[in-house]
Write a protein that binds this ligand. Structure first.
Ligand code: ADP
Length: 264
């Protein structure tokens, strides 16, 4: 069961600190883990790497504001023989002992988030109210959530009672040298252009709070690098993979473009 969710090949991951050991210690006690950090800084890659290391299947759900509890736990569906229950992704992970990764959990409505409460304390149970069933979590089940502290408003924050169930690991963009190595690996780039991209990222991150909501993520640098590996020039790759996606504001685009030009 859930063999499709096992990761066969090692996902490339360069540690930023001792997060691998910390996650392993948390998993040993099946403690729920929260990964905090800006978008595109390696949280998903890390949890995939850990699932591979721990040889556990991983079920990932990207949370969004229209997500209902049924989208997570499951629902009755009609077929030729009547109604049949279909486990949702969370229930699948709970029953069969996977790691369930709820990406961007705060996007989900608070009434959806509370269904994880009984799973994240020593009860480790998931009530399927519509089915009148109480699912006891498989011994190997673990819940992992990601959370981007930058986007939170008071209205869209995790409840205190939810937060306090998790151990949390802080993530951030890797230090320049490490980030260049990651870009080199992921975009098959030589060191010099990878370093240039990292310099552009640093400049864009300085604009955070001065109009930009977020600076360029590692993911954006990799996208730019992938374009460059197909012959696109540095300036144009930065333009389409970093400047245009980041902002629609003409002044900010100009500022970013000058930052790119200054790096060349
Ligand atoms: P997040 O889940 O934080 O939004 P991702 O995990 O999807 O971000 O990271 C975006 C990309 O950046 C990954 O696909 C991977 O290529 C790369 N990446 C970021 N950090 C690392 C790291 N520490 N080691 C290896 N790759 C990384």
């Amino acid at each position: 069961m859930l063999d499709d969710y096992l990761i066969a090949d090692e996902p490339y991951y360069r540690p930023l600190g001792n997060e691998i050991a910390l996650f392993e210690a948390a998993y040993a006690h099946r403690l729920p883990v929260m990964l905090k950090g800006p978008t595109g800084c390696g949280k998903t890659r890390f949890v995939e790497h850990m699932a591979w290391r721990l040889k556990r299947p991983i079920v990932t759900v990207s949370c969004h504001e229209d997500m209902t509890a049924s989208d997570l736990v499951g629902r009755f569906l009609l077929d030729a023989n009547g109604t049949l229950w279909h486990d949702g992704p969370l229930t699948l992970a709970v029953r069969h002992g996977a790691i369930c990764y709820l990406d961007e959990i705060v996007e989900a409505r608070q009434d959806t988030t509370v269904i994880i409460h009984s799973l994240t304390d020593d009860r480790r149970i998931l009530p399927l109210e519509k089915k009148n069933e109480l699912v006891r979590a498989h011994a190997d089940f673990q819940l992992v959530i990601s959370y981007n502290p930058g986007y939170q408003s008071v209205l869209k924050d995790l409840k205190e009672s939810t937060k306090q169930r998790f151990v949390a690991l802080d993530f951030d963009y890797p230090a320049a040298e490490l980030e260049a190595k990651i870009v080199m690996h992921e975009a098959s780039l030589p060191p010099a252009p990878a370093k240039l991209l990292v310099t552009v990222a640093a400049k864009s991150r300085n604009l955070k709070g001065h109009g930009l909501e977020e600076g360029a993520s590692t993911r954006m640098l990799i996208n730019a690098g992938l374009l460059m590996s197909k012959g696109v020039s540095f300036a144009e790759a930065c333009q389409v993979a970093i400047v245009i996606p980041l902002t629609d504001d003409a002044d900010l685009r100009d500022a970013l473009r000058s930052a790119v030009a200054a790096c060349q």
